[in-house]
Write a protein that binds this ligand. Structure first.
Ligand code: FES
Length: 158
């Protein structure tokens, strides 16, 4: 009697356990599959985009002055403000502004660039890339390091 009464609950318990393990396996498999799919989607989108950089009040920049932050420079000429990427197009070093020479100089192999980004000398195959710059409501210049533009683009100040 005892044995026959215990048998059905044990089977039920075993079936419940199997069902639980099956559900847990399904949930884990779905989670792994979703994670792999997200990783694949991310791998196809290239490097992560960088946040925009606040280079400060654009109106305070004097023509010919260079304001830089990280690998971005903000400059101004008679037509407005513009931004340049401070990533050397030769092998990626960071050119520095040499005020006394009025040029950017790459410390790695000596490429030099004019105030407007043009290549002046050295192994760099081209000039510094232009970057998108825009003003916020406070007049701060925000540079998007992910968005290249023609280096001749100027943002006129009102
Ligand atoms: S990395 Fe700039 S000149 Fe080579």
């Amino acid at each position: 009697m005892e044995a026959t009464r215990d048998t059905p609950p044990s089977r039920r318990g075993l079936l419940k356990g199997l069902a639980l393990v099956t559900w847990a396996g399904l949930v884990a498999a779905l989670g792994l599959g979703l994670g792999a799919a997200l990783r694949l989607a991310g791998a196809g989108s290239g490097p992560r985009s960088r946040p925009r950089l606040d280079l400060g009040p654009a109106a305070e920049i004097k023509p010919g002055q260079v304001v830089s932050r990280e690998d971005v420079a903000l400059l101004r000429d008679a037509n407005g403000v513009y931004a340049l990427s401070l990533v050397c197009p030769h092998l990626g070093c960071r050119p520095v502004w040499r005020a006394e020479e009025r040029r950017f100089l790459c410390p790695c192999h000596g490429s030099a660039f004019a105030l407007d980004g043009r290549r002046l000398m050295g192994p760099a195959p081209r000039g510094l890339a232009g970057l998108w710059v825009e003003l916020d409501s406070q007049g701060h210049a925000w540079v998007d390091p992910n968005r290249g533009v023609d280096a001749s683009r100027r943002l006129a100040l009102g």
